[in-house]
Every structure is written in C-alpha cells, then in structure tokens.
Design a protein around this ligand. Structure first.
Ligand code: NAD
Length: 339
C-alpha cells in the first residue's frame, strides 16, 4: 500500500466565529483521512494581549517553516483605534499577491439565480490597502492608492493562467479607469497586455459600478473576475450574496512560496460563540488547501459532502434558513466525508 503523506500546517483559529469554524474544518479534514499536524498559533487581539504583538514572531516562523496555513478571521478595529490589519500584514509579509475566491451555487440553497459559477481574482498587496495615509491639515487627509505594473501584471497573469488551466471562457477586468486614469489605467494596460498572450481566453473590461449592476442582473455573463484590492474586497461579498451568503464562500491567499487559506467572511461578532456560524466556508477553504497540498481526492470528497449535506436540507445553519448548530452540521459533514 502507498505510504500516506503527512503534513504540518499552521492553524490560526482567529477571533469571533474563527475558533468555531476552524475547529469544524480540522474535524472534517481528519475525517477525510489526511494526516495533518496542526501548528496552532495566535494572532491579532489575542496575541496582542498575550505578548504585546499582534503578529508574534512564532507565528511568522511557523508559516515560514510550514509554507501553508489555515486561518480564521481576525478582527480589525474601525478608524484610528488599535493596530493595523493583521490580515493585510500577513498577505504583505508572505507576498500572497493573489486572492482566489470561487463562488458557486450549492444545490438546494435558494437564491435569486441558479448556475452562478464565478471566480474572483483579487490583487492582494497594494491599492488603497498600502496603508499610506496622512493628514495634510486639520480636517484634510490623504489616502494613497498605489498601483504598480509589476503587481498588476502578475495578478493578471495569475487570472489568465488559471482561466486556461480550468478551461474557463472569459476574464473580465473590473476598473474605474474613467476616473482614476493613471492608477486604474495602468492596471488595465497590464491586464490587456497579458490578455494578448492568452488568445484562447476571451478578455473584456468593465467599469466597476456597471459590473456590480450586471452581477446582480445576470451573473451568468461572468466567469473569472480580475480586480484590484479594494474592488475585489467589495465585489467578493456582493458575489457571496448571489450564492447564499458569506457562510458558503471559501478563499485562498496565494504567493509563489506560501499560501494562507481562509473564508471570505470576517469574525461575525453578532453570532460569535453561539454555535450558529456556518462552517462551510472554512471547510471549503480547507478543501482548497488540500488541493494545494496535492490531496485532490480528499478535497473532492469534502466538497461533495458539503453539497450533499447542505443539499439535503436537514442540517442547515440559520444563515441558510435552518436551525442546525455549527457542531451538529459539522458532525453531519464528518459522517458524510467518512462514509
Ligand atoms: P463579517 O463577514 O464578519 O459579517 C458580515 C455578516 O455576515 C454578519 O451578519 C455575520 O453574522 C454574517 N456571517 C459572516 N460569516 C458567517 C458565517 N460563517 N455564518 C453565518 N453568518 C456569517 O463582516 P463584518 O461584520 O463587516 O466584520 C467583522 C470583523 O471581521 C471586522 O473586525 C473586520 O475587520 C473583520 N474581517 C476579517 C476578515 C479576515 O480576517 N480575513 C475578513 C473580513 C472582515
């Protein structure tokens, strides 16, 4: 019999619903029979309280060593209070330039449209997230939007290479270059140049406000969406709404050497600790991670189990109109994966 691979992966439970949904993911991955030794690390507020640093050195070293992490959401305080976003810092530290978010209808989940099958590819390292803000005079602040040819070209390259590999028909670059002529203009120029090298993938450009309307009118028009950081963040949540909400949408932050897998959703403080969070997004993120590790069969089994259990309808969390708790849904998924 072939020897089973064993992996070491950094696990960041995170804040709010993070510990509940990442625990669910750990249990479902174990049921799929993949041998993972989880290296648990704290970050954000918990790490700040414990040692005065929201991104402890142990965490950085753990990811550097393991190269792969599964992460729960981390809270970032709004406005001028508290430390800067740990999420943004991790993406920059490990140069996780590509944020990959597949968005698909699940069978049986009632939504305005059926047949939605999109992928959001979001640039993850620059734009307004560069965090360059300053006050020029009292009552006047500037926030600098950084767009570079290097980052725009490599994210476009990622989107087209993925589209070709996954046999997807089209890449839509979404922008506001009519107003931000230099920055979004450069992003588009780079995307257009890369598109020329992929004549087998159709390429189009669309202004972001129109794209938002088109997405909620006829999502079937879209296939792979290519966006800068901020538009990508906003449009991801919009697309999550098309398929039943944030409880269902997984994600991956990918670079050339490291990868951090996490759901699109945040800490959901309104439902944290109540055993009602939908763990599917975290579990599907873990499936993306297994595929990245080369455990395709286990990834497919987990995705099929989510489709089967959610499709059956008996075990749905309140966000999907059900009454099932996080732990009960997780147990049903573990049974489905193991069967
Ligand atoms: P959110 O995604 O936490 O919640 C938005 C809404 O969706 C809430 O009503 C919430 O209850 C619901 N929701 C989210 N995930 C769900 C799930 N798995 N099951 C059921 N319902 C779910 O967004 P927010 O409230 O704007 O942000 C809260 C905090 O999360 C903020 O501090 C923000 O900075 C942080 N955040 C972190 C990440 C990350 O770590 N990657 C991403 C987004 C937001």
């Amino acid at each position: 019999m072939a020897k089973k691979n064993s992996y070491r992966v950094t696990l960041i439970p995170g804040d709010g619903i993070g510990p509940e949904v990442t625990q669910a993911a750990v249990e479902v991955v174990a049921a799929a029979g993949v041998d993972i030794r989880w290296d648990r690390q704290i970050a954000g507020a918990a790490a700040f309280e414990a040692g005065g640093n929201p991104i402890p050195d142990e965490l950085i070293q753990s990811i550097r060593k393991n190269k792969v992490a599964l992460k729960g959401p981390l809270a970032t305080r709004v406005g001028q209070h508290g430390f800067r976003s740990v999420n943004v810092a991790l993406r920059k530290t490990f140069d996780l330039y590509s944020n990959f978010r597949p968005i698909k209808n699940l069978p049986g989940v009632k939504t305005a449209f059926s047949g939605v099958n999109l992928v959001v590819v979001r640039e993850n390292t620059e734009d307004l997230y560069a965090g360059i803000e300053h006050q020029i005079a009292p009552g006047v602040v500037e926030s600098v939007k950084v767009i570079t040819a290097r980052a725009s070209t490599r994210i476009a390259e990622f989107a087209f290479a993925y589209a070709r590999r996954a046999k997807r028909r089209k890449v839509t670059a979404i922008h506001k270059a009519n107003i931000m002529k230099l920055s979004d203009g450069l992003f588009l120029q780079c995307a257009g140049r890369v598109a020329k090298r992929y004549p087998d993938v159709h390429y189009e450009e669309m202004i972001v406000d129109n794209a938002c309307m088109q997405l909620v009118l006829r999502p079937g028009h879209f296939d792979v969406l290519l966006l800068e950081n901020l538009y990508g963040d906003i449009v991801s949540d919009l697309c999550a709404g098309l398929v039943g909400g944030l409880g269902l949408v997984p994600g991956a932050n990918l670079g050339t050497r490291y990868a951090i897998f996490e759901a699109v959703h945040g800490t959901a403080p309104d439902i944290a600790g109540k055993n009602v969070a939908n763990p599917c997004a975290a579990i599907l993120s873990a499936a993306l991670m297994l595929r990245h590790l080369g455990e395709e069969a286990a990834a497919v089994r987990i995705e099929a189990a989510v489709q089967q259990v959610i499709g059956r309808g008996r075990n749905r969390t309140p966000d999907l109109g059900g009454r099932c708790g996080t732990t009960e849904l997780t147990r049903a998924l573990v049974r489905a994966v193991a069967s």
